[in-house]
Design a protein around this ligand. Structure first.
Ligand code: NAD
Length: 370
């Protein structure tokens, strides 16, 4: 592995609910091993969040958990929520009352979701294998703190007893520039091609996105190519010819939808990791970030040693890459996952009806290949 001065890495571990603790228990030893092998030290402390926070502290994001996140360089998150807490009022639901405040508190403005379908897993995709002979390899960069989800909203009764509801979509040049910079950095580590997805034929915000992204790339990244695509076409192109995409850059709501479509194309949610990067830097001069699987708590398989731990393990790899600059260590984890899957050690969600191993055995197989 490439030489890096020894680092002391401090992370807050928030496993959450249902399969969250099961997959986290697999990811941590893998993370510890790769760091120890390259001479770094890992300090981690585990804290309740989501339903576990509600049950033990009366709130989804306990003060002690937030304090631990503040003291750390990054957050490794599991997933939260499930049937046990479904009857709570919407604002007290585990996801809304823990993840959204964390995003807000740490100003996590950039969501990075790799859409990777390994060549030997094309059978797990709902797409016909001949559409994706080489698998899928793209990254969705979604703006996470602006747009329709955060703009002013209201509902009011108007004349004639009718009701009117309003959501507002607002974007500023500065918000678009900073997420474009994340897309540029991502593209430079890949095939250097960005597709901006928008609705510039209808939306003013999209017109601004096109202008700002175009200007930014021309000014600071002439080595990166840019294509633009309307969201309706992008939703189609993603299933018709996913190989045309390298880095997909888009605003909050379009990214919410497209990144889920991308996840489905890539087979199981159990393989999909994600990073949410903040505006602030950690003690190592890198972006503070929250790293988590793209899927939820999978209550249907929780407690049965069936969950695929790969998404959690790959989230830890993303953390090493983005929040600590440890590219070789991140690649070591990714490669161990790839080789495990290639040697046909697979959990049920990616076994296509063939023989499957459990969560723990999958973790041991990855660890053995590190
Ligand atoms: P889900 O992602 O938990 O499950 C959808 C399907 O994917 C299920 O069949 C599940 O078994 C499967 N799946 C997901 N992760 C898997 C894994 N690692 N291995 C194997 N199979 C896996 O979505 P859902 O059922 O709609 O939601 C369940 C709960 O999770 C809800 O309470 C929801 O609010 C919450 N949720 C949380 C997050 C988060 O914490 N970021 C995200 C999405 C959903």
């Amino acid at each position: 592995m490439a030489y890096h001065p020894a680092m002391n890495i401090t992370i807050a571990v928030l496993p959450g609910d249902y399969i969250g603790p099961e997959v986290m228990a697999v990811a941590l030893p893998i993370l510890e091993t790769v760091l120890r092998k390259s001479g770094h030290t890992l300090e981690h402390s585990t804290h309740d969040v989501g339903g576990a926070g509600i049950d033990r502290h009366g709130k989804a994001l306990p003060d002690s958990t937030l304090a631990a996140c503040r003291a750390a360089d990054a957050i490794l998150f599991g997933s939260v929520g499930g049937p046990k807490w479904e009857k709570l009022p919407p604002q007290e639901q585990p996801e809304r009352a823990s993840l959204l405040p964390l995003r807000k508190h740490f100003r996590l403005f950039a969501n990075v979701r790799p859409g990777l379908l390994l060549k030997n897993l094309v059978d797990t995709s709902p797409l016909r294998p001949d559409r994706i002979p080489d698998g899928v390899d793209m990254v969705c960069i979604r703006e996470l703190t602006g747009g329709l989800y955060f703009g002013a909203k209201s509902t009011r009764e108007i004349e004639g007893g009718d009701i009117e509801a309003i959501d507002t979509m607002v974007y500023r040049r500065s918000e678009i520039e900073r997420i474009t910079d994340v897309a540029i950095a991502t593209a430079r580590a890949r095939r250097r091609h960005i597709t901006l997805v928008d609705k510039a034929n209808v939306l003013e915000t999209s017109v601004l996105w096109r202008k700002v992204v175009g200007e930014r790339i021309k000014a600071v990244a002439p080595d990166v190519t840019l294509a633009t695509m309307y969201i309706d076409n992008a939703a189609m192109q993603l299933v018709l010819r996913p190989s045309q995409f390298d880095v997909v850059l888009t605003e909050n709501m379009f990214g919410d939808i497209l990144s889920d479509e991308m996840a489905v194309i890539c087979g199981s949610l159990g393989m999909m990791a994600s990073a949410s990067l903040g505006l602030d830097e950690n003690r190592h001069g890198r972006p503070y970030g929250l790293y988590e699987p793209s899927g939820g708590t999978a209550p249907d398989i929780a407690g049965q040693d069936k969950a695929n731990p790969c998404a959690q393990v790959l989230s830890a790899a993303l953390m090493l890459r983005h929040s600590f600059g440890l590219e070789a260590e991140a690649r070591a984890i990714e490669s161990a996952v790839e080789r495990t899957v290639a040697s046909w050690i697979r959990t049920a969600d990616i076994a296509g009806g063939g023989p499957a191993v459990g969560t723990r055995a999958m973790g041991e197989a990855i660890l053995a290949r590190l």
